[in-house]
Write a protein that binds this ligand. Structure first.
Ligand SMILES: *Cc1c(COP(=O)(O)O)cnc(C)c1O
Length: 358
């Protein structure tokens, strides 16, 4: 059997190693995973209670239209239900969008580095990926260069704000000015997976732009601040002009009954999010102080991770950290590490180890 030709240059995604694996291999009592930007506080207690009581009706297919969840999302974000696409995490949403809109020969524009799934799905569909390096000194997406990269073939521009892995955030005034210069037949997608963690600005979402601009999608997930990565649920606010296409491509029962239920309850507990964000902000500040003292270049993060220059092979360093019980993310740039903000004590412990290793 022969695989699709566009897969030849691709490799399967390598996720962060599971805690139990690392524990066994290195005979460790405790392993802390700071590799995939999960919330160290887990998820809302209210979600836990609601889930314990909702293990019924699982013999039935889920509501494929996710009606109750869309109603909750519409309420929180003040958008109409028809404009919501729900997916099994943003990974699913990114696949649905790419499969619906991209054909061989089309182009997408992405920042470099950024979240890898935009590129993966474009390549699978036979589209060309145009990578625009982030600004070297600040790590911010280079919007001017992204504008210059637009051609007649450009279909989608993927913005990741805050950007993974740089953690940097661009204010809404810049995003608005950017989209106003993008041709209206080019779709701009703002992946706001870490939006909840932004504290530098009061309005930290591109959602208000949807009122006046027709070529924008905003994506959100329950995997990061909401702490529900294991349930696989996320959503996008989309222009109604593409809902038909997305509904054709979307698997009819792409999100589970349990995930839909959990997401509704999670949205109701904003106090949990506020607490997670407040602690994250304090812990990010401690990381910045540490990196300043060590004179290691880093980018100012508005997410729940920090990306910094270790001035040595980051994969080798990540391996040493793993032997000491910390799983982190290397390989996104040869000498840079991305570390998720965990509990205060764990952050302190890994900094103490780095103090020794760097
Ligand atoms: C983690 C992450 C996602 C994927 O999240 P899921 O909803 O769990 O699929 C999407 N975008 C960015 C930028 C991420 O970091």
């Amino acid at each position: 059997m022969k695989e699709k030709a566009t897969l030849a240059s691709l490799s399967p995604y390598v996720p962060g190693r599971p805690i139990a694996d690392v524990q066994k291999e290195f005979k460790l009592d405790k392993v802390v995973k700071l590799a995939s930007n999960e919330n160290p506080f887990g998820f809302s207690q209210r979600v836990q209670e609601a889930l314990a009581q909702s293990l019924t009706g699982l013999e039935y297919y889920p509501d494929g239209g996710a009606k109750a969840l869309k109603k909750a999302i519409a309420n929180v974000n003040q958008v109409s239900e028809e404009r919501i696409l729900v997916g099994a995490g943003l990974d699913d949403v990114i696949q649905i969008i790419s499969r619906s809109l991209l054909s061989p020969g089309d182009e997408i524009i992405v920042a470099d580095p950024t979240f890898s799934q935009y590129e993966l799905h474009a390549v699978i569909e036979g589209a060309k990926v145009v990578k625009v390096p982030v600004k070297q000194s600040s790590g911010e997406m280079d919007l001017e260069a992204m504008l210059e990269a637009i051609t007649a073939k450009t279909k989608i521009i993927w913005l990741c704000n805050p950007n993974n892995p740089t953690g940097t955030y661009l204010p809404q005034s810049l995003i608005r000015a950017f989209i106003e210069k993008v041709p209206t037949d080019v779709l701009v997608i703002s992946d706001e997976a870490y939006q909840e963690y932004v504290t530098d600005e009061a309005i930290s979402t591109s959602l208000p732009l949807l009122e006046t601009l027709s070529n924008i999608i905003v994506m959100r997930t329950f995997s990061k601040a909401y702490g529900l990565a294991g349930l696989r649920i996320g959503y996008a606010i989309i222009p109604t002009t593409v809902s038909r296409a997305f509904d054709i491509v979307r698997p009819p029962f792409n999100t589970s009954t349990i995930a839909q239920k959990a997401a509704i309850v999670a949205l109701e507990d904003q106090a949990f999010i506020e607490h997670s964000v407040a602690v994250n902000q304090e812990e990010l500040a401690k990381w910045e102080t540490f990196l300043e003292a060590k004179q290691l270049p880093y980018y100012h993060s508005q997410a729940n991770f920090i990306f910094f220059d270790v001035k040595q092979d980051s994969k080798a360093l990540a391996h040493q950290l793993m032997q000491r019980g910390f799983i982190v993310r290397a390989g996104l740039r040869p000498e840079w590490l991305r570390i998720t903000i965990g509990h205060a004590a764990d952050n302190q412990a890994i900094r103490t180890i780095l103090e020794e290793l760097l």
